[in-house]
Design a protein. Structure first.
Length: 134
């Protein structure tokens, strides 16, 4: 995906509540930034495939409290969600990574579950977006 990145992108990060607000998925900005239907489809297909796989691995690592791997996976996914303009998921990514860094493990598992649920919902929104462009 990095070959399609415009380094002058301005990503606005909004505060997160208990769920992801898909109004913050800026599809219009996504189209402007990548301005090519083939590129957009390639990015979406790669995003869906890789993110689904990584969310499955995140679930596994969360179930065994492997915080180093949770951090690694979320760090990787953060870039993917950033490319897709999933602004609120970026806030949750930073929150989880910060808590791991500060060894504040009390709420990480719950936040990771929210992250996985939000990621799956976002994937569904991206699929709908792709279908609407056919």
């Amino acid at each position: 995906l990095s070959k399609y990145i415009n380094t002058n992108l301005n990503i606005n990060i909004e505060p997160i509540n208990s769920k992801i607000d898909f109004d913050n998925y800026n599809a219009a900005q996504f189209e402007i930034d990548f301005n090519n239907s083939k590129i957009i489809n390639d990015i979406i297909d790669t995003f869906i495939e890789e993110t689904s796989t990584n969310l499955q691995e995140l679930k596994k690592q969360n179930s065994i409290n492997n915080y180093d791997e949770i951090n690694r996976i979320i760090h990787y996914l953060k870039s993917s969600f950033g490319y897709m303009r999933a602004n609120n998921i970026l806030v949750l990514s930073n929150d989880i990574m910060s808590e791991i860094e500060h060894k504040n493990y009390k709420t990480i598992n719950e936040k990771v579950v929210l992250y996985m649920e939000s990621g799956k919902l976002f994937i569904e929104e991206v699929k709908k977006y792709k279908e609407s462009k056919k």
